[in-house]
Design a protein around this ligand. Sequence first.
Ligand code: NAG
Length: 164
Amino acid sequence: MSLIPKSNVPLFLLLLIFILPHIGIAEESSLVEVLRNHGLPAGLFPQSVKSFKLDQMGHLEVHLDHPCLAQYETTVFFNTVVKANLSFRQLKVLDGMSREELFLWLPVKDIFVLDPSSGVILIDIGYALKYLAFSHFDEPPVCRSPNGLAFLMGGRKGIGFSDQ
Ligand SMILES: *[C@@H]1O[C@H](CO)[C@@H](O)[C@H](O)[C@H]1NC(C)=O
């Protein structure tokens, strides 16, 4: 009888080794699913996301093919790499995302949902909090190459004032 549990041990280990990595959330999910699982709208990042990394601490790194501009209720600039801390209903942006507000490019610092029943998402751009309807972020938007802006951005480490 005691042989049965013993012989099961290697099988159990094999299951752990080969199956567990495939259950990992970041491994199998798309960024859209990851955002949804964190209570955030699917369209926070554009369609041109090439890959992303999310570790257990919630450090999120999103890679795009190239810097680009996407149209929401205003224009949003995404750098090739966007870094953020992701937690439930909150994306603290560390680098790589700016919004055009009154002809200025302001780095996005924080995106969060306080009350999901309100249907409103809050975006902190430093000097102001924007209250925007979830519906603006339902779908990942198309992201177009900034053309002439690329030259400017290359020399200035992205649009916006990332040092502030
Ligand atoms: C992001 O996470 C790191 C480590 O978990 C932390 O040190 C840092 O302060 C966080 N950044 C923000 C803006 O919350």
